[in-house]
Design a binder for this molecule. Structure first.
Ligand code: THU
Length: 137
């Protein structure tokens, strides 16, 4: 992944994070992903008074990608302000798994820049995915 892509992902995640609806946790998150065509799709967390109904920034970014007609995640960056780098929750790792590959970069950033770099395989080893269903259809 080239640096211009990283800069663009960071800028998109930082911008969308400002739109987060996080009145309950006060923890605003922005996520931006790059699809197979090099387009960027972004999302922020959207909390709800009925707490479990809230959605993560990554889920919003994946929804934006699908709505835009893309199906592959080349890289995804998550941006939040926390003492430790913020990685996607378990459910979002599975969401990324649906459209990513084992070596898909998952980047953790803070407001000041990139903080940590992982791969999907590292965060979700021995995972379940679409290919497991191939014999069931
Ligand atoms: N959150 C995200 O949007 N993405 C993450 O990677 C971690 C957590 C949100 C969910 C909730 O709105 C808030 O952060 C606190 O958990």
């Amino acid at each position: 992944m080239t640096e211009p892509d990283l800069d663009a992902l960071f800028a998109a995640a930082l911008a969308v994070r400002a739109s987060a609806h996080a009145p309950y946790s006060g923890f605003a998150v922005g996520a931006a992903l790059c699809d197979e065509a090099g387009r960027i799709h972004a999302g922020c967390n959207v909390e709800n008074a009925a707490y479990p109904v809230g959605t993560c920034a990554e889920a919003g970014a994946v929804s934006a990608m699908i709505a835009g007609g893309s199906r592959r995640i080349r890289a995804i960056l998550v941006l939040a302000d926390s003492p430790d780098p913020v990685t996607p929750c378990g459910a979002c790792r599975q969401r990324i798994r649906e459209f990513g590959a084992p070596d898909t970069p998952i980047l953790a950033a803070g407001p000041g820049g990139l903080r940590a770099r992982y791969t999907l395989e590292a965060l979700l080893p021995a995972s379940f995915g679409p290919e497991h269903l191939a014999h069931g259809r």
